[in-house]
Design a protein around this ligand. Structure first.
Ligand code: ATP
Ligand code: MG
Length: 399
C-alpha cells in the first residue's frame, strides 16, 4: 500500500523546554541533508509535537524510511494516510486498511490533537466503529487486536495509520557539539562513535597507522568502518584523519621499561588527539575504552594515560561488557568489518608483560629521555592524511 505521509514523534525532544526550537530545527536540517538525493520526492513540515514528511513519489518511500531509521533525535514514526477531518473519510480509510490487510480483529485508537474539534475521541470512536463493522467482516478486540488503527485528528487534516516503527531515539546530531573519535579498527571504538552521535555529538575520526607494519588492508578496514557509521552522522560525508605514527613508535622502542610501552604509546595518542581536536574544533575526545578489558584499561592505566589530556575524554562503552558492545556492533553492522584479521599498531608493539597498574611518576620518568616532542611536531606537520568518506564507499577522497 502507498502512504501519503510519514508522521514523526519527537520523544525526548519534547521535554526540552525553551531549547526545543533549536532541537527541532536541527532535526529538520539533519533530515533534509540525509534525504537530499530525494529532495524532489518529499515535503517536510514541522509542527510543535510532530514532524510530517509528505511523500510525493511512492517509489522512494521505503528508501526514505530506511534513511530515517538511522537518524537520531526522534522516538518513533508511522506511515500514514492523510484524509479530511470528516468522520466518514476517516472510516473509509480504516475500511481500506482492513480490506487490504484482512485482519480478523481490530481496535480503534483516536488521538485528538485539535481540542476544538467537534467531537471528543470517545464520541468519534462511537461514530466510526459502527460504520467500519457494517462495511467489513472484522470484529473488535480491544485486548489483542490483530490490527490497531490509529487516527490522529489535527487542525487541518486527520491521519490514519496502522503501524508505529521505533526510531533510534537520542538527540539530533550536532546539538551536543563535535568530538574526535579515536578509531582503531577494533570492535569497541565504532560502537563508541555510534553512541556519541546518539547523544547529539557530531564526530570526526582519528586513526593511528604504523606503516609498513600495518597494511593498506588495515586502513581500508578503518575506512569501511567510517563508511558504515556515516548514515548516523549529520552530514553525507565524514572526515577521517590518518596519522602515520611509525616514527614515534620506533622512538618508543627505546623506553627503558618495556612494560610501560603501551602506556606511553597511549599517552602519545592522547597528546596528538588533543592537538588535532583543537585544530578541528572538537570539544572532546572519544575512545572505545572499557574498564578492565585489557591492561591499558584498568583505572590506574586510564588515569596515567588521561593525565596528558586537557580535553574531556568521553568513553561511552566504559561500563559495558564485551558482549553488550558486540551486540550493538552487530546492530549497527560494524561487527563483521571489525573482526577482519588485520594488525593494528598496538598489537604489533605489545610487550610481553604490559603493566597493569602503571604509576604516573614512572610513566613521566620513562618518557623523559625520549625525543618525543620533536617527533610529535614533525608528525603533526607532515604525517597526517585526511580522507572524506561517504556512505557509498567509492567516494573516498584524499586531501
Ligand atoms: P577497539 O576494539 O576499539 O580497538 P580495544 O579493546 O582493542 O578497542 P585498545 O586497543 O586498548 O582497545 O584501544 C582502546 C581505545 O584506544 C580504542 O577503543 C580506540 O578508541 C583507541 N585506539 C586504539 N588503537 C588505536 C588506533 N590505532 N588508532 C586510533 N585509536 C586507537
Ligand atoms: Mg584495538
Amino acid at each position: 500500500m502507498n502512504f501519503d505521509v510519514i508522521l514523526i514523534r519527537y520523544g525526548e525532544l519534547t521535554t526540552k523546554g525553551k531549547n526545543r526550537i533549536d532541537f527541532t530545527t536541527l532535526l529538520v536540517n539533519n533530515v533534509k541533508k540525509k534525504l537530499h538525493q530525494f529532495k524532489e520526492d518529499f515535503l517536510i513540515k514541522k509542527e510543535f509535537d510532530r514532524l510530517f514528511i509528505e511523500l510525493l513519489n511512492p517509489s522512494s518511500s521505503s528508501t526514505i524510511v530506511a534513511i530515517l531509521q538511522k537518524i537520531f533525535g526522534f522516538s518513533s514514526m508511522s506511515l500514514a494516510k492523510k484524509v479530511s477531518r470528516q468522520p466518514i473519510d476517516m472510516a473509509e480509510q480504516a475500511i481500506a486498511f482492513i480490506n487490504y490487510y484482512q485482519p480478523q480483529t481490530f481496535k480503534l485508537e483516536i488521538r485528538r490533537n485539535d481540542k476544538t474539534y467537534q467531537a471528543t475521541s470517545t464520541e468519534l470512536k462511537q461514530m466510526l466503529a459502527p460504520i467500519i463493522l457494517k462495511n467489513t467482516e472484522v470484529k473488535v478486540d480491544i485486548h489483542h487486536p490483530e490490527m490497531q488503527i490509529d487516527i490522529e485528528v489535527r487542525k487541518y487534516f486527520s491521519y490514519v495509520f496502522i503501524n508505529q516503527m521505533t526510531a533510534l531515539g537520542g538527540l539530533p546530531v550536532g546539538i551536543s557539539g563535535k568530538g574526535l573519535v579515536m578509531l582503531s579498527g577494533g570492535i569497541d571504538s565504532p560502537v563508541a562513535a555510534f553512541l556519541t552521535m546518539k547523544r547529539g555529538m557530531s564526530v570526526e575520526y582519528l586513526h593511528f597507522a604504523t606503516p609498513p607494519h600495518t597494511s593498506k588492508e588495515a586502513l581500508a578496514k578503518v575506512k569501511t568502518l567510517v563508511q558504515k557509521l556515516t548514515p548516523y552522522a549529520n552530514n553525507q560525508t565524514q572526515r577521517l584523519h590518518v596519522v602515520n605514527f611509525s616514527m614515534l613508535q620506533h622512538e618508543l622502542m627505546h623506553i627503558p621499561e618495556p612494560s610501560y610501552r603501551i602506556t606511553i604509546m597511549r599517552r602519545m595518542f592522547y597528546r596528538i588527539a588533543n592537538i588535532l581536536a583543537r585544530q578541528y574544533h572538537c570539544q572532546a575526545i572519544i575512545t572505545g575504552e572499557s574498564l578492565g578489558q585489557v591492561a591499558s584499561q584498568t583505572i590506574e592505566s586510564i588515569n596515567t594515560i588521561n593525565d596528558v589530556s586537557s580535553l574531556s575524554v568521553l568513553r561511552p562503552v566504559i561500563c559495558f561488557d564485551k558482549n553488550e558492545i558486540i551486540k550493538i556492533a552487530k546492530d549497527i553492522d560494524t561487527y563483521e568489518t571489525s573482526i577482519l584479521p588485520f594488525e593494528d599498531c598496538c598489537s604489533l608493539f605489545v610487550p610481553k608483560n604490559p603493566i597493569i597498574k602503571p604509576k604516573l611518576a614512572v610513566a613521566e620518568e620513562q618518557e623523559k629521555d625520549l625525543m618525543w616532542e620533536d617527533i610529535l611536531n614533525v608528525i603533526i606537520e607532515k604525517s597526517i592524511v585526511t580522507y572524506t568518506i561517504g556512505s557509498y564507499g567509492e567516494n573516498y577522497e584524499k586531501s
